[in-house]
Design a binder for this molecule. Structure first.
Ligand SMILES: O=C(O)c1ccccc1NCC(=O)[C@H](O)[C@H](O)COP(=O)(O)O
Length: 233
């Protein structure tokens, strides 16, 4: 089961979470979010903030550290109706493995983004589309994206940009698509047993964040560790 931890923006905390059994780390690129990951200028050009703290650099010298690097979670850049050139620059600067599109991005926009990134900039890039579900009928949106995305994140309807609230997981029973999905929205340490019961064939994992935060973008590693142990069984 994929475990994605989203909204992280503190370098030391990212390192701690990366040492757990986590598959993806979500970086929010949205200036209105308290979890926004900033870029800043330097004489060498535009570098990500946490580059400065060694998060993206590869200062590993011994074999143990190199092995640790290989185990690191894939970075997912989370964007909401952002300009393609902004997304492309973040993919390159932060070595993103996935782009998650959290707004009203169209099929054409995603197709063009892929053409820009593959093969020259990020040949292995994968795309996730967030889909908001309030009723089973909302699943109809998925068919418009099936041939251009690799995964969906299902979340609830509320909130201006992001919901962060649990939604009715029985809606998932009506999903007949072939694209795998993550379930998100207010999943916390006490939800592990419920997550383990999700039996949908396309269920790929969970996207967590807010319930493990001690402040925006800072994850409590002790409760995350407990959740991971419980959910993996
Ligand atoms: O978290 C934000 O501030 C945010 C802002 C703009 C677009 C997306 C944003 N977050 C999305 C996510 O962090 C994840 O997709 C997911 O919702 C995390 O789950 P949870 O925090 O439990 O709701």
């Amino acid at each position: 089961m994929i475990i994605k931890v989203s909204g992280m923006c503190h370098a030391d905390n990212m390192r701690e979470v990366s040492a757990l059994d986590v598959d993806m780390i979500g970086l929010v690129f949205n200036q209105r979010s308290p979890r926004n990951v900033r870029m800043r200028s330097s004489q060498a050009g535009i570098l990500p903030d946490y580059c400065q703290a060694g998060m993206l650099a590869t200062p590993y010298t011994d074999k143990e550290q190199a092995a640790d690097m290989r185990k690191r979670p894939t970075r997912v850049g989370i964007f909401a109706d952002d300009m393609p050139q902004t997304i492309v620059s973040r993919v390159y600067a932060f070595k993103l493995g996935y782009v998650q599109l959290h707004g009203d991005e169209s099929h054409v926009m995603i197709e063009n983004l892929r053409r820009t990134l593959v093969p020259d900039i990020a040949p292995d890039i994968k795309v996730i589309k967030t889909v908001r579900l309030g009723a089973a009928a909302d699943l109809a949106q998925c068919s418009a994206y099936e041939d251009v995305v690799d995964m969906f994140v299902f979340e609830g309807l509320g909130g201006e940009v992001v919901d962060h609230q649990p939604f009715d997981w029985t809606l998932l029973d009506a999903y007949r698509g072939h694209v795998p999905f993550l379930v998100s929205g207010g999943i916390g340490v006490d939800d592990a047993a419920r997550v383990r019961k999700i039996a949908h064939p396309q269920f790929a994992g969970v996207d967590v964040g807010i319930c493990f935060e001690t402040k925006p973008g800072m994850i409590d590693t002790a409760s995350l560790r407990r959740f991971i142990e419980d959910v993996r069984g």
